[in-house]
Structure formats: C-alpha cells, structure tokens
Design a protein around this ligand. Structure first.
Ligand code: CU
Length: 327
C-alpha cells in the first residue's frame, strides 16, 4: 500500500462495481468533449470568418430560422445527454442499492479527527472486534484497518461523533466515496474479488491532520478472515504469541492518540510530543489534561483541538501510567 501516491488506487479496479463507475466516467468525459468542441469550434470559426474587416454591411442577411439545423442541434445533444444520464443513473443505482443485510457483513464505521474506527458484529465467542485505524507518521503507514473476506458484500454504516466534523470515506481502488456526518448514519457497500490492501482516505477537508486521515481495507481469503474473526486478535497480522501490550498502550492505540501525538520521538504532530512528559508533570496534571484538554494549553498550541476523554477513571490511570513510562 502506498499512501505517498494515493492516485495509485486508480490502477486497480478492486470492487465489483468499479468498472461500471469507470465506464460512466469515460462516457461522460468523451461526450463532454464532443459537445464542448461542437460549440467551441464553430464559434471560433465563425468569429474569424465574419470578422468586421471581412464583411460589408450590404452582405448581412437577416435569417429568421433554419428548421433542419434547429432540429439537429436540439435532437443530437438531447440524445447524447440521455446516454449520459443512463450510464450515470445505472452506475449510481448499483452503488446506492444496499445488498440484503442477511447476505452481508455489516460494519459500523466512525470517522473522527483524525482516525477511523471499525466495529464488527460479535463473533461466535461473543467478542466484538473494535479496530482503531490511524496513520503513523513514523512508519509512514497505516496501523490496522478494515479486514474483509473476498467475494462478500460489506455494508458500512457510517457516522461521526456529535462534537466532530464532516469526513468522507473514500477508496479510489473501489471507486466509492460517501460523506460521514456527525449525528447521522450514511451507508455504502462494496464487494471485492481481488485480495490486497487498498488505501482509504478522508475526502472531506476536516482540519489540521486531514491529509493524514488514512486508513486501509485489507481484502483477505475467506479462511484467513475466519481464523482472525473468530479470534480476539486486534488484527490478522499481529502475532498472537507476541508479548501482550499493556492496558495503557492498548488504550492509547484505541483512542487514536497517536494520530496527534508522538510518544517515542520529539516530533510535534497536531499536539506536542509526549516523550518524557512524565518527568515534566505529575499524574494529576496528566489525568486532568485528558479530561479537560482546554484548561492548560501549552504554548504554541490551541484549545479545542484535543477532544476531552471521558473514560472510566481506571482507564485514565492506565493512560497516565503509559505516558509516564514513555521516557
Ligand atoms: Cu476527515
């Protein structure tokens, strides 16, 4: 996956409807070229042919109408427009007609400044996968994503928190895009027959880190997907035997802190680096910084950017511990 060249998504047609969208696009493109030229070329030609120095007043005729011409320039563009409408309408209908939920996997999507979250239905053991997907500047890649099996309908029920802004979930390789609106549920669906990793971008300008609001869709073989889905692992690619991350780190990842803070380098992202912050402030300050981020704003930063985290007290303590351990 290459987030440095997001247009590369257009090299694949990884959703079943992608070719219909492309066909509608190219028909639109060429008909627009033909219609545009059929106006512009005669316009410039006649402007040149009948320029003032070339025409004597007594040669000017008063032509009232020409039925053949009028029928032609009404009918031909009307027919071309109907062709445009047909392809635009049918491909849009494919995109907008949701498959039956009983024959699909329904995933809840939440977009917020500046991360994507995916929530799956419960698996057989009752575990609910909740995945936070954020772009990590340090590794130059997206951490975790939306995992789906090949050849299966996926329905996305998308929303944003009420105190957030508009986003849009856009996958160039699938040719699909839809706004994500605070307080409202919008839907889109897809089916992919091509295993691979595809970039998701936010296509609605949403503030400071908008240009890093990437995620990814990973289309997997059914068996690999099933093995992951029935497990408790956060992603199919994380070693189940690796040392478990601390509760604090897990909370840090799930709450998308990494989208705005670096914790192991001095880099300033949207917010200040948290490296060594435990040596600067005591636990009470750090805890308060999570609950009331607008209270003590460090120099050079603005209030109203970091959302308040109304997490259970124990979780806040774990986060504080994690920050204190990051030296
Ligand atoms: Cu966004």
């Amino acid at each position: 996956m290459d987030v440095n060249n997001t247009l590369s998504g257009f090299n694949s047609m990884a959703a079943t409807f992608a070719k219909d969208v492309d066909q509608a696009f190219w028909i639109n493109f060429w008909i627009s070229i033909v219609l545009g030229l059929s106006v512009l070329v005669p316009m410039f030609y006649f402007a040149w042919k009948y320029r003032e120095s070339n025409v004597k007043d007594e040669e000017i005729e008063n032509i009232t109408h020409n039925t053949t011409l009028e029928i032609a320039w009404t009918l031909i563009p009307t027919l071309l427009m109907m062709v445009l409408f047909y392809y635009g309408y049918t491909s849009m209908k494919t995109l907008r007609t949701m498959p039956a939920a009983s024959e699909s996997i329904v995933v809840k999507v939440e977009g917020s400044k500046w991360k994507w979250k995916y929530e799956y239905p419960a698996n057989k053991s009752g575990h609910v996968h909740k995945i936070t997907s954020v772009y990590d500047k340090k590794i130059g890649d997206v951490k975790r994503g939306l995992y789906v099996p090949v050849g299966t309908n996926i329905i996305l029920e998308m929303t944003a928190p009420l105190n957030d802004v508009l986003h849009a979930w856009y996958v160039p390789a699938f040719r699909m895009k839809e706004d994500v609106v605070p307080g409202r549920i919008t839907k889109q669906w897809f089916k992919s027959d091509v295993p691979g990793e595809y970039v998701v971008e936010c296509a609605e300008y949403c503030g400071t880190a908008h240009s890093y609001m990437y995620s990814k869709v990973v289309v997997m073989e059914q068996a690999d997907y099933d093995a992951w889905f029935e497990s408790n692992a956060k992603s199919p690619f994380e070693d189940a035997n690796a040392a478990p991350v601390s509760k604090g780190q897990s909370l840090y990842e799930d709450n998308g802190c990494a989208g705005c803070h670096s914790i192991d380098t001095d880099a300033t992202l949207v917010g200040p680096s948290l490296k060594g912050i435990g040596a600067k402030y005591d636990a009470a300050y750090l805890k308060d910084a999570l609950k009331n981020p607008n209270k003590d704003v460090p120099a050079g930063f603005f209030p109203g950017v970091m959302p308040p985290y109304a997490l259970p007290d124990a979780d806040l303590d774990e986060l504080v511990k994690y920050m204190q351990d990051a030296k």
